[in-house]
Ligand binder design. Structure first.
Ligand code: PRP
Ligand code: URA
Length: 213
């Protein structure tokens, strides 16, 4: 019997849903798209870190000593999948300013839909860290699976995947390849089209973010 897959969390907070709808709109400018992705990144960071363990710490307020709480345990690594995953980075780093960053450069071959690696740079000690893999789009999941394979080859054991839109097909594939990796997304859309695009989706996230085509 295969192990049960880790949890999928749909972040249905009204601010996230409102901003996501603005992003999907074909008339949204590159500037607006980028700003919204950054803002949603901040809101998703809040959700994906909700269960991080805390430990007591004694501090002095101006009036007296007290026992406060601080984040304990493993240090965080943010691992954006280039290019579009970078859109989450600033928003997340503004809440987690000490996090390390691992850049995973992948592009999807338009004919085969397979992920092709062109860059990888990561802290060396991933075994002792919690790694948040960032990519707005989980379509076939070929990119997500390849990125997680690569991060695991550098020792990562505690990984979480954060996206904006997920296709049901991508969730199934990610859970099959890496069943222990939990997933956070702002929405689960209907399906993939014949070109591997998420529908209704928002189009090509990298192109919309950087104004390329
Ligand atoms: C997009 C997106 C994901 C990938 C998702 O990247 O940002 O990385 O496709 O598709 P998948 O789940 O089917 O692998 P793309 O390859 O277009 O590169 P870009 O971010 O540089 O535009
Ligand atoms: N990559 C994107 O940017 N959008 C999709 O819908 C699928 C893959």
């Amino acid at each position: 019997m295969t192990a049960a897959a880790a949890k999928v969390t749909v972040v249905d907070h009204p601010l996230v849903q409102h901003k996501l709808t603005l992003m999907r709109d074909v008339s949204r400018s590159t500037k607006g798209f980028r700003e919204l992705l950054n803002e949603i990144g901040m809101l998703l960071a809040y959700e994906v870190t909700r269960d991080l363990p805390l430990e007591p710490v004694t501090i002095e307020t101006p009036l007296q000593p007290m026992e406060g709480r601080q984040i304990a345990g493993k240090k965080l690594v943010l691992a954006p999948i280039l290019r579009a995953g970078v859109g989450f980075l600033d928003g997340m780093l503004s809440l987690m300013p000490s996090a390390r960053v691992a850049h995973v450069g992948l592009y999807r071959d338009p004919d085969t839909l397979q992920a092709v690696e062109y860059y990888f740079k990561s802290p060396s000690d991933l075994a002792d860290r919690t790694v948040l893999v960032l990519d707005p789009m989980l379509a076939t999941a070929n990119s997500a699976v390849a990125a997680i394979d690569r991060l695991k080859s550098r020792g990562a054991k505690d990984l979480r995947f954060v996206c904006l839109l997920a296709a049901p097909e991508g969730i199934a594939r990610l859970q099959e390849a890496h069943p222990e990796v939990p997933l956070w997304t702002a929405a689960i859309d209907d399906r993939l089209n014949d070109h591997g695009y998420i529908t209704p989706g928002l189009g090509d996230a990298g192109d919309r973010m950087y104004g390329t085509r």
